[in-house]
Design a protein around this ligand. Structure first.
Ligand code: NAD
Length: 259
């Protein structure tokens, strides 16, 4: 069988280290023949991302803080230069909320940190999709995948403001899918069960989330980043050419349970 991503050009946002979901997806894309571009946030993780990027077919590694419109504009300019003015795939795997807002009461979330969480975790998808649009249009279409979580649909203790951000992300995904469909650009989300990553470690009670999934999910087993990457590869690939505006749950079936 031909490599599924041969000739495809992909931008991946959200690699922090080898445990990042974004890295698992990047490896799938690279294994399938894609050429990659990566962004990293902040000098602290530059080396870790650069060290991973050299192990796959990488055209670009550049800094991007998604809070900055200037950064987003510059990054997509660099991506256009690296990929001949075209882009096929965008992986959005970025989220942030202050650690103090991922414990205690949601009711106590202050205004500034509420907007910070929504800016980084939800608006960034809108900004990046808009910047990707002309490059994907030039390529004849494209596919965008973002990472969400059940805590945006139902209350998950401690997830708090990040749940509100994920609800915003989910709705943004659907509105973007509606706008961009006429350009053959698809936008979908993966709702992942708990995966032990850097971001996950900042959620109070994360081990409890893992334990409850294992106890109650229909498949009674944990999921890992590679399971999420397999779902992403489906949504990003031609096999999903008529799938947009949807959420794929990679959570051992936990979302289906009432109790
Ligand atoms: P991670 O810490 O490896 O990735 C989060 C990424 O967000 C990091 O690379 C970080 O640099 C980036 N980021 C944070 N603030 C940023 C900013 N201002 N600008 C640019 N990048 C910024 O953790 P992960 O678990 O791989 O998270 C990836 C995505 O998956 C997130 O959206 C997360 O909410 C989602 N998700 C994770 C789980 C899980 O259990 N790990 C479950 C469901 C959804």
């Amino acid at each position: 069988m031909a490599a599924p991503f041969e000739g495809k050009r992909a931008l991946v946002l959200g690699v922090a280290n080898k445990r990042s979901i974004a890295w698992a997806i990047a490896q799938r894309l690279a294994d399938g023949g894609a050429r990659l571009a990566f962004t990293y946030q902040g000098e602290r993780i530059q080396k870790s991302v650069a060290d991973l990027a050299v192990t796959v077919d990488t055209a670009l590694v550049t800094e991007c803080d998604v809070r900055s419109d200037d950064d987003v504009t510059r990054v997509f300019g660099e991506v256009g230069d690296a990929f001949g003015g075209e882009l096929d795939i965008l992986v959005h795997s970025v989220a942030f909320a202050a650690a103090e807002d991922l414990e205690g009461r949601f009711t106590d979330t202050p205004r500034d940190r509420f907007w910070l969480a929504l800016d980084i975790s939800a608006y960034s998808l809108v900004a990046c999709a808009k910047a990707a649009e002309p490059l994907m249009e030039q390529a004849g279409g494209g596919s965008i995948v973002t990472m969400t979580y059940l805590g945006g649909e139902r209350v998950v203790p401690h997830y708090n403001v990040m749940g509100v951000a994920k609800a915003t992300l989910d709705a943004s995904m659907r509105y973007l899918a509606s706008d961009l469909g006429e350009k053959n650009i698809r936008v979908n989300a993966i709702s992942a069960g708990p995966v032990r990553t850097l971001a996950a470690r900042s959620i109070a009670g994360f081990p409890t989330m893992e334990a409850i999934v294992e106890e109650r999910a229909p498949l009674h087993r944990p999921i890992d980043a590679d399971d999420v990457a397999a779902g992403a590869a489906y949504l990003l690939g031609d096999g999903a050419k008529n799938v947009t505006g949807t959420t794929l749950y990679v959570d051992s079936g936990y979302h289906a349970m009432g109790m």
